[in-house]
Design a protein around this ligand. Structure first.
Ligand code: FEO
Length: 181
């Protein structure tokens, strides 16, 4: 069972995860326009990861007898200066999401909601991985600087990223803790 405060904040988080998906889809579209197939792929995989994060929380709210209330998703930016700019914005966004998950955990503790604390631990771990991935790619992009050949090599590397979350939610995502990086 969720308290009204916990339920409201989990619903807000569903919206933030959906916005995250939208943001990375916008970045994927921008990379497509640049002809960077690997970056396009990386951001589209990230879109799928975020949709999984949203659906996992959506199902949790239902599993606790709560009500899912969907809100409008904000419009993401469409203009980016460079791949480095996109990854810096990605890291900043993930740091915002990490703070949001920490706030949710604080609420779960204050409300003495042990089940939600356990549920949120998965997201705490996930945020560590997400920030680490972004920092790694930022480091590589800072080394690439203005060298097109190096950028194409990194693009080729990123084309190998594969989804390790379910892409079909028609049967739900409940109990599947494989959701990855
Ligand atoms: Fe769902 Fe990238 O945090």
């Amino acid at each position: 069972m969720l308290t009204p405060k916990m339920e409201a904040e989990l619903n807000e988080q569903v919206n933030k995860e959906m916005y995250s998906a939208y943001l990375y889809m916008a970045m994927s579209a921008h990379c497509e326009g640049l002809g960077l197939k690997g970056f396009t792929n990386w951001f589209m995989i990230q879109y799928h990861e975020e949709m999984y994060h949203a659906m996992k929380m959506y199902e949790y709210i239902h599993s606790q007898g709560g009500t899912v209330t969907l809100k409008a998703i904000n419009e993401p930016p469409t203009d980016f200066e460079s791949p480095l700019d996109m990854f810096k914005k990605t890291l900043a966004h993930e740091q915002f999401v990490t703070q949001s998950i920490n706030n949710l955990m604080d609420t779960a503790i204050a409300e003495k909601d042990h089940a939600t604390q356990i549920f949120l631990q998965w997201y705490v771990t996930e945020q560590v991985e997400e920030e680490e991935n972004d920092n790694d790619i930022i480091t590589q992009l800072e080394m690439v600087k203005d060298h097109p050949h190096a950028l194409l090599m990194l693009d080729r590397e990123l084309s190998g990223r594969q989804a390790n979350v379910p892409l079909d939610f028609s049967k739900g995502v409940g109990g599947d803790d494989e959701g990855g990086d």
